[in-house]
Design a protein around this ligand. Structure first.
Ligand SMILES: Cc1cc2nc3c(=O)[nH]c(=O)nc-3n(C[C@H](O)[C@H](O)[C@H](O)COP(=O)(O)OP(=O)(O)OC[C@H]3O[C@@H](n4cnc5c(N)ncnc54)[C@H](O)[C@@H]3O)c2cc1C
Length: 486
């Protein structure tokens, strides 16, 4: 029997793998996607539990106005999800419930923290911003190092919580740069013209300089000096202005019908030339003369081009003879683990009467989203569905973390305990690389010719699905440069 040959094999059918399959198939490639699990979508999915539709973790999709996912949707999707306006981020304490400040003006009235601390923090934030705007790279300075000393414990807990949700790690391990970028104060998007130039679709002479394209699409740590030069010219006033008046929520959304609506939009947009095999784990990536030749799964599949979207740290198990120093670098990639508790409430609770999410920063910090407020069909009639996500300590047992998580929820919301009719827990690694000071990322190009990696461990910018989308845009650019796209 003749072995079937594909133009591209994509390993993994999470959002990164499916976006790779979609884009490459629309550039005329015959694509095979191999997924080890029974389900497609990886961390981007929804499913039913006792009449409630839960997502794989509480999700907000960011940078929808002009971000990388928007670019991919505009250029490659035939079907689009509908995004509901995200709403706001709130902070809840025993005594207060108020919006998380997204600019200095809001920060002044944020009396969850002591006034003295707010003044000192505003100064530190302005300083970080000014340095950043003038091209100083803060990626090696921790948030903690940047903070004034002698602040109250509440303030440290608050900043620690924000750091954990932005990077997956504590304020001592999170870079100041990360918090500035992650909080959307800095520009984090690309334009259509830049996008066309990257995938080689338009006349480069008509476009902006290569520098401005590179500055917005390359991971900024790879070209700090370039970024610095461009930033110095183009950004100081805009960035500082945004710090003063920024509205953080204005380009975020939640997909109507749940997270799986985004997955379905990708799946429905796939041309018939894309073949997908589920429950088909790739156990080996085959290499001949330094170049990929195929993969081994339930059988051998052959291709000269492979996009791998599993954990980059797993690559050494899949490829014999990977150079030692490369495998060693991959080892430096760290990630964090999350726990999400979904609660189905038998009635709608006034304290969850908002769209957006709330943060609790005392005890065991959580990030909670009452997602049935976006779409009542996610819960049975007149009932409510709320997801609480925690960053957990991997050195402790899951039982311990679960117990502490429930205690925190009941401390924050004493009234809901007797009104829970559905509870469901998920332990998931949310992103393949946490953005820490020392944490490494993988390059999209590997030492094996025509083997590329895509996913959240190849790009530092933004978070989750937005970060995965950045990695796909970067992948397309690199494939184009290598002559492998058209
Ligand atoms: C609690 C939580 C909250 C989150 N919040 C947000 C948020 O607010 N906003 C946001 O944008 N993102 C958020 N995310 C992150 C987002 O869901 C992920 O970053 C994104 O879905 C990752 O997609 P991916 O395709 O890169 O990886 P994955 O989803 O991990 O997909 C990889 C796929 O590859 C498959 N695979 C791996 N190895 C193999 C192999 N050898 N053979 C075959 N198949 C293989 C896996 O089974 C999996 O299906 C959150 C995640 C969690 C858990």
């Amino acid at each position: 029997m003749r072995m079937k040959k594909y133009d591209v094999i994509v390993v993994g059918a999470g959002v990164s793998g499916l976006l790779a399959a979609l884009t490459l198939s629309k550039h005329g490639k015959k694509v095979l996607v191999l997924e080890k699990s029974l389900y497609l979508g990886g961390n981007c999915n929804s499913y039913m539990v006792d009449g409630y539709q839960v997502d794989t973790g509480a999700h907000a999709i960011t940078h929808l106005l002009e971000g990388p996912l928007k670019r991919l949707m505009d250029n490659y999707f035939d079907f689009l999800p509908v995004f509901e306006d995200y709403g706001y981020y709130y902070v809840r304490t025993e005594n207060a419930f108020m919006k998380v400040p997204s600019n200095l003006r809001d920060f002044v009235t944020f009396d969850v923290l002591p006034r003295k601390d707010r003044v000192l923090l505003s100064q530190a934030l302005t300083k970080a911003f000014t340095l950043c705007s003038f091209g100083i790279d803060l990626s090696n300075q921790s948030v903690y190092d940047f903070m004034p000393k002698n602040l109250s414990q509440d303030t440290y807990d608050f900043v620690d919580t924000i750091s954990k949700f932005l990077s997956g790690r504590s304020m001592r391990e999170t870079s100041a740069q990360r918090v500035l970028w992650g909080s959307s104060f800095l520009r984090d998007s690309i334009t259509q013209e830049q996008f066309d130039a990257m995938i080689g679709r338009s006349d480069p002479k008509k476009l902006q300089s290569a520098e401005s394209i590179l500055a917005s699409v390359l991971p900024y740590h790879l070209h700090a000096s370039l970024q610095a030069r461009v930033t110095r010219v183009a950004q100081p006033f805009t960035s500082l202005e945004r710090l003063a008046t920024n509205e953080v929520n204005n380009s975020q959304g939640y997909p109507r019908k749940g997270l799986k609506a985004l997955l379905n939009a990708i799946l429905y947009s796939l041309p018939e030339t894309v073949e997908i095999k589920k429950e088909c784990e790739v156990t080996s990536i085959l290499v001949q003369d330094g170049k990929v030749s195929g993969v081994e799964a339930d059988e051998i599949y052959s291709s000269d081009l492979i996009i791998y979207t599993g954990f980059a740290t797993e690559l050494p198990k899949l490829i014999k003879d990977l150079p030692n120093d490369y495998a060693g670098d991959l080892n430096g990639i760290v990630h964090s683990k999350s726990l999400t508790i979904w609660l189905g409430l038998e009635e709608e609770f006034p304290e969850f009467n908002y769209t957006g999410s709330e943060i609790w920063f005392k005890d065991f910090a959580y990030w909670a989203m009452p997602i049935s407020n976006y779409d009542p069909s996610l819960a049975p009639k007149d009932k409510q569905l709320v997801g609480f996500s925690f960053v957990i300590d991997e050195n402790r047992s899951e039982e311990h973390e679960l117990k502490q998580a429930y205690e925190t929820i009941f401390h924050a919301h004493p009234k809901i305990e007797n009104h829970i009719e559905m509870q469901h827990e998920q332990f998931i690694v949310p992103e393949k690389a946490a953005v820490t000071i020392d944490g490494k990322f993988a390059d999209i190009r590997t030492p094996i010719r025509n083997l590329y990696i895509a996913g959240t461990d190849t790009d530092k910018r933004s978070m989750g699905i937005t970060r995965a989308s950045y990695s796909i845009i970067e992948l397309l650019k690199i494939l184009n440069e290598d002559g492998n796209l058209h």
